[in-house]
Design a protein around this ligand. Structure first.
Ligand code: KG4
Ligand code: ZN
Length: 393
């Protein structure tokens, strides 16, 4: 079975084509994977600007799909001129009413090439920015209406969980059987959640942030000390430099560990950002060492809190494995801290390869394959759901 995935939930337009392989475990081969980042466009706004994200997805998606189909050797041009029947044209026009540019591009694709041997489409339907999600969903539904390819809506956060469970062997990927009960810590630009996973594909959210997500806090703190969006990798680099330089954080730059002793599994990071802001206001022209100190202390604070909460969750749920997912899981200090925790608590740890920690198409394709293997049915009506919980995935 060959599946195409589409991901447009935030500021990455991504598509992936995979071929599932037979076997006891869920295995597949990647035929093509393309990720187009809009980060440089959003930098000027200091964050993701939804209307711009939507416009850029609509501009890029059809071409990206065509390139992926071509790379997967699934694209065959028609020899004779062909026009879509009136009813199909009308259907496309209604579906893509708000995306005229994508309507033109998709019509050219449908009229210019033979139907490829695609068996299914997996598309992110939430959580994320709804205008951006709609672009991917409408493109997927166009493939359903014109080429009759079934569409599976995928939850982006489940995608991050499954990305962490992937192991690579040559050109094939396999979804690892984690020992259950498992826990997932999802840390991204929009989410900070602890999920209890009693068995494969069952999710219960037992902890979440009351305000900012971890990635959001990284981005805001980076901005406060004059670093560009997305700030996570910049903060991480400064903090690592501070560690190798042996920087000792001065008393005035010490930061709180929010919610460390709250007794529950919830988080709050907006106070931490405010604490950084107060220090920056006192020192309006921070020198490099002061910036390094703040980055180090901020990263250590976040890491301490994440570790403490997951440790408590391991005790409360008797978890045998811990899955870390989402863009912030690329952070080296957080990775090291969880490797140590896994050793001391004797749990299995699953962290995504850094090439798959950020948003990508492969995680949505892998989740699509997992749904099909679990006999989930495709949908004809799909809506973007910006706050779709992983519990309902
Ligand atoms: O999962 P993701 O790519 O997009 C969302 O679904 O939100 O996560 C993006 C977030 C951004 O806030 C970014 O600053 C953060 O992940 N991030 C990092 C690192 N790399 C990316 N945060 C800390 N350290 C990093 N190395
Ligand atoms: Zn994400």
């Amino acid at each position: 079975m060959i599946l195409l995935s589409i991901e447009t939930s935030c500021d990455e337009t991504a598509v992936c084509i995979v071929k599932s392989l037979r076997g006891k475990k869920i295995r597949f081969e990647v035929l093509s994977h393309k990720v187009l980042s809009q980060v440089d466009l959003h930098k000027q706004y200091g964050g993701v600007f939804p209307a711009l994200a939507k416009r850029e997805h609509a501009k890029a998606l059809t071409q990206l799909i065509a390139e992926a189909l071509d790379e997967a050797d699934l694209l065959e041009e028609r020899k004779n001129t062909f026009h879509l029947p009136h009813a199909q044209k009308h259907k496309l026009k209604t579906l893509l009413e708000r995306e005229p540019e994508m309507l033109r591009a998709l019509t050219t694709l449908f009229e210019g090439v033979q139907k490829p041997t695609l068996d299914a489409i997996a598309v992110t339907a939430g959580p994320g920015l709804e205008p951006a999600l709609w672009v991917g969903i409408n493109a997927a539904l166009a493939f359903y209406h014109i080429w009759d390819i079934p569409v599976y809506p995928i939850n982006h956060m489940e995608g991050h969980i499954i990305a962490s469970l992937l192991s690579k062997n040559g050109s094939t990927y396999e979804i690892t059987d984690a020992p259950y009960p498992a826990l997932a810590l999802l840390i991204s630009g929009g989410h900070t959640e602890i999920i209890r996973i009693p068995s494969w594909k069952k999710y219960y959210r037992i902890g979440k942030t009351k305000d900012d997500a971890v990635g959001e806090a990284f981005d805001k703190v980076a901005r406060l000390i004059g670093l560009s969006y997305p700030g996570g990798p910049h903060i991480s680099r400064l903090a690592e430099k501070a560690r190798t330089d042996g920087v000792v954080v001065p008393e005035e730059f010490r930061l709180p560990r929010p919610m460390l002793h709250s007794g529950d599994l919830h988080f709050s990071f907006s106070g931490l950002k405010t604490a950084v802001m107060t220090r920056v206001k006192k020192h309006p022209s921070l020198d490099d060492t002061q910036k390094e100190s703040l980055a180090l202390e901020f990263e250590n604070s976040v890491t301490d809190v994440l570790i403490a909460k997951v440790k408590q969750a391991i005790y409360e749920t008797n978890a045998q494995s811990v899955i870390i997912g989402g863009g912030v899981s690329a952070n080296n200090n957080i990775r090291r801290a969880f490797e140590n925790l896994a050793k001391s608590e004797r749990v299995e740890l699953y962290i995504p390869d850094t090439s798959l920690s950020g948003d990508n198409g492969l995680m949505i394709a892998a989740t699509g394959i997992a749904h099909i293997e679990a006999n989930v049915l495709p949908k004809v009506k799909i809506s973007a759901n910006g706050s779709w919980s992983v519990e309902q995935a």
